[in-house]
Design a binder for this molecule. Structure first.
Ligand SMILES: *Cc1c(COP(=O)(O)O)cnc(C)c1O
Length: 433
């Protein structure tokens, strides 16, 4: 039978190297995983709006379905049906994997679809999930309110926990799992945490996991939305699976919603299987938009971070400001030590504590002229919001106090505007307080 050109054919490894030197992600974002010859010479991948794909032969169709259904390990060799895979999504997955140095990646219709599918793929009745706190509110809610309905328990620990504390947490989790007849199915981290910016010591979590549990049975997953993929590469520090809301820095223009996970093929495999069953794969148009976004990811994140460093330097000494929670201002202690080992830059999302309470914070937010009053982060434009009254409104007061989510906390995500214009805007808004 004829060999139908297939625009998603996996890139050969040598495509990523030149004279034996590995090309950098910023170079590979312009073409990796896509061969123009297979798409009429189009420099950019077309958007493949199709629900299904024509097989080269009946034998090939059978082989592809063996991959899709898990009858044969390793996933599908070809395109089958758009709930399972598609050219735009597979190119995006190849490129997302490049940033993380991961063997494989999967993209989803939202960050939460990625997170929920990941957790469901690994946790069953009686199992326990161990997680750092705080987590993104919807992630925490999914564990506490949804997985619990299916008999999955959890044990949480504060983000900055030491090796000794982690050992104790894992012992507690193992005891709990033994009681319910399950196992510790996953360690799920978020670092830095939202909205406090507290960092998790991934290396310590890895050491504690390897000592207490079977490393082949219990993966360490981490939500890397705030710093990734540029400023933190958790797979290098011992995590097995990296999770993203691609809506944020990866998408970067506040115009799409998507999610992704990456890691070794064996860790992706069960998640791919569940995504095949449930759907939740990113749509081709969004995947195409993300391919465009990834081309400028490095310069966007670098510029936003440079801006944030200058703006926080201005804010930290302002008389109306109580303090600034920015990774770039860490000077000493355990958090600084974790930062130095895990992060190559502070990102551009931080907490601003205004002197006063909700009234003063609201006056500041309402007075902003350049920065927009909206939740979300990681876009080209600067956004400001009030976690206690918005993203974390549903969190009980006691837990809010525990996590440091106070009424005078304003969360800011710096964009790529001119830094002096942003400083002028924050200056006039603070004067209005
Ligand atoms: C936004 C966000 C999510 C959820 O992602 P969606 O794309 O909105 O579903 C998860 N984790 C973190 C840290 C986030 O900021």
């Amino acid at each position: 039978m004829s060999d139908i050109p297939n625009p998603r054919r996996k890139p050969k490894p040598e495509v990523a190297t030149l004279d034996g030197r590995r090309l950098k992600p910023s170079t590979l974002m312009m073409g990796y995983g896509y061969d123009p010859v297979l798409s009429e010479g189009a420099l950019k991948p077309p958007i493949f709006l199709t629900s299904t794909f024509v097989f080269e032969s009946a034998e090939a169709g059978k082989r592809h379905f063996e991959g899709i259904t898990g009858k044969r390990a390793g996933g599908s060799e070809g395109l089958v049906y758009s709930r399972f895979n598609g050219p735009n999504q597979e190119i995006l997955e190849d490129r997302l994997g490049v940033w993380d140095g991961a063997e494989d990646a999967l993209v989803f219709s939202s960050g939460m679809t990625a997170i929920c599918t990941l957790m469901m793929a690994y946790c069953g009745q009686g199992d326990v999930i161990v997680h750092s706190g705080p987590l993104y509110a919807a992630s925490e809610g999914f564990v506490a309110k949804v997985l619990s309905r299916f008999g999955v328990g959890y044990v949480d620990f504060p983000a900055g926990a030491t090796r000794g504390e982690l050992d104790a947490v894992l012992e507690r989790a193992k005891a709990k799992a033994a009681e319910t007849g399950g196992r510790v199915a996953m360690i799920y981290l978020e670092s830095p945490g939202n909205p406090t910016n507290a960092l998790v010591d991934i290396e310590a979590v890895r050491a504690a996991r390897d000592a207490a549990l079977d490393p082949d049975e219990t993966p360490i997953a981490i939500d890397n939305t705030f710093l990734g993929p540029l400023w933190q590469s958790p797979l290098r520090h011992g995590a097995d699976i990296v999770v993203y809301s691609l809506t944020k820095y990866a998408g970067g223009h506040s115009d799409l919603v998507a999610g992704g996970i990456s890691g070794a093929r064996r860790w992706m495999y069960p998640v791919r299987g569940l995504r095949n069953t449930m759907g939740g794969i990113c749509d081709p148009n969004t995947a195409w938009m993300l391919l465009r976004s990834l081309e400028t990811l490095e310069i966007r994140m670098q510029r936003a971070t440079r801006n944030a460093v200058r703006i926080c330097d201005f804010l930290k000494d302002h008389p109306k400001v109580e303090s600034v929670g920015f990774l770039g201002l860490l000077r000493e202690g355990r958090q600084k030590d974790i930062y130095d080992r895990h992060c190559t830059g502070p990102g551009s999302t931080f907490s601003l504590f205004i002197k006063g309470g909700e009234a003063e914070s609201f006056r500041f937010l309402d007075a902003l002229k350049v920065a927009k009053l909206a939740v979300s982060l990681g876009g080209t434009e600067t956004l400001a919001s009030h976690p206690a009254a918005m993203t974390h409104l549903s969190v009980p007061d006691e837990r809010k106090a525990q996590l440091g989510i106070t009424d005078n906390l304003v969360r800011i995500s710096i964009g790529i505007e001119d830094a002096d214009d942003l400083i002028a805007d924050f200056g006039q808004a603070l004067a209005a307080v």
